[in-house]
Design a protein around this ligand. Structure first.
Ligand code: AMP
Length: 429
């Protein structure tokens, strides 16, 4: 292989910092296929993030190497270990040695544990200044775009393939945009568990019925991108309907029992549209884990069934409902509510809570529990109750007769221009 010029970030803030760095440079130079060409001056730097800790000594080394980037990284890892670094310690903890591949020729690399150019170097003077000292034109380096925004399904699938080949664990967060903290909580859960996070923004026409709010649904991709960026999402797939459903598209999924009642009864065709689009998103993204909110509990039940029935190799992760301080479940559709309608809508939460409190106090009669929810909701002017159900956890099938030991209450109601849904487990605190 022809030699490649690579730049390695050097850092240490534990023990004899300079000695750690000098012996790592000697170790690199002694490795077959690596020659250390130049080393910048080392500088004192304050730590970024992590627990309170001492200042770093930082610099950059220019290497010539015939090793592939992954092999170079393995050498760096080994030298870090030899310096006494605990490689399992969380990021930004004190460390006797930090060796990061900043640049590897002109290549862009995006595999598990290795992103080149190093994604955080562009914000760090303690990397950019020494790079400039070594003659790198830092102004002409282009920061890898994060998140990448892709609208073409083929390109989205190709970008996912790259990560799969690179051994990344990938998460998928499907949304319709108009993002709020509920969506952000899904992204955070994905960020915790996955090497790469893909999110989608698609207001899916197939899941809206006649006379529903497809046209009015709030759309603001620029604002959404700020949330995706803040939550560290790697790629955002935001297709137009014509890209998802091009001329001639004629394959649709249909759904069974989980989808027949509640939302399925109120919104005919809704779940068929949901499973069709989510199946397509899963097929394009091939995620290890897909994240959904319990706010749409029946949707999660339907999607779990679809994933099991069709044999998709994806884990469905259900994340807790995020509520405002007054209890109202966050929803993009809350944007339709006036201030007074918003206050009115809180009765859904209070109604669900009333039944859960009664259950916690020992009540086991389904009729009594349902009444405890229904009475305040029906008594609230401006609320038009569509359904209130007490169902088995998980698949949301009807409860068996007899005392209610566990279950989930689900509600749908119209408040002014908005149709709202919410749910709560009898066991929720
Ligand atoms: P949507 O954009 O409304 O299709 O929602 C996208 C995902 O976010 C779905 O999995 C929803 O269940 C989830 N989600 C919506 N609202 C909330 C919330 N308040 N708490 C948790 N997840 C939510």
């Amino acid at each position: 292989m022809a030699p490649v010029t690579a730049y390695i970030g050097l850092g240490a803030n534990v023990g004899d910092r300079e000695a750690h760095i000098r012996s790592a440079l000697a170790g690199l130079d002694a490795t077959a296929g690596i020659r250390v060409m130049r080393v910048s001056t080392l500088r004192e730097t304050e730590p970024v993030g992590g627990p309170p800790q001492g200042d770093f000594l930082n610099g950059v080394a220019a290497l010539e190497t015939t090793l592939p980037a992954e092999a170079l990284r393995a050498v760096c890892r080994e030298l870090e270990r030899a310096a006494g670094r605990d490689l399992d310690a969380p990021r930004n903890h004190p460390r006797p040695l930090d060796l990061d591949i900043l640049l590897y020729g002109e290549q862009r690399i995006d595999v598990r544990d290795l992103q080149v150019p190093h994604p955080r170097m562009f914000d760090r003077a303690f990397v950019l200044d020494p790079l400039a000292e070594l003659g790198v034109e830092v102004g002409s380096l282009t920061r890898p775009e994060r998140p990448r925004v892709i609208s073409d399904p083929v390109l989205f699938a190709a970008s996912q393939s790259e990560w799969l080949r690179g051994g990344c664990v990938t998460g998928l967060v499907p949304t319709m945009g108009a993002l709020h903290e509920g969506h952000a909580s899904l992204m955070r859960a994905a960020r915790e568990e996955c090497d790469r996070v893909a999110a989608t923004v698609f207001v899916n026409p197939k899941q809206f019925g006649e006379g529903e709010d497809f046209a009015a649904y709030p759309r603001d991709l620029e604002r959404d991108l700020e949330v995706f960026r803040r939550e560290g999402v790697d790629v955002v797939f935001a297709p137009e309907p014509a890209a998802m459903y091009p001329d001639g598209f004629c394959t649709e999924l249909s759904v069974g029992a989980e989808a027949a009642d509640m939302e399925g009864a109120s919104r005919p065709g809704h779940f068929g549209g949901v499973v069709t689009v989510v199946a397509k998103l899963i097929a394009l993204a091939r995620p290890d884990i897909a994240y959904f909110g319990r706010k749409d509990a029946q949707q999660v039940a339907v999607l779990r069934r679809m994933v099991a029935d069709l044999g998709f190799a994806v884990e469905v992760r259900e994340c807790p409902i995020v509520r405002d301080a007054d209890g109202l479940a966050l929803s993009s559709r809350n944007a339709y509510l006036s201030d007074s309608e918003r206050r009115t809508a809180c009765v859904l939460y209070r109604g669900l809570r009333a039944a859960c409190d009664l259950h916690a106090a020992g009540e086991r009669d389904a009729g009594v529990l349902l009444r405890a929810s229904r009475v305040p909701i029906e008594a609230e002017p401006g609320v038009d109750l569509e359904y209130l159900e007490l169902r088995r956890e998980g698949d949301l099938r009807p409860l068996p007769a007899g005392p209610v030991l566990a279950g989930r209450l689900l509600v749908a109601a119209r408040v002014g221009p908005a149709r709202l849904i919410d749910n709560m487990s009898l066991g929720d605190p």
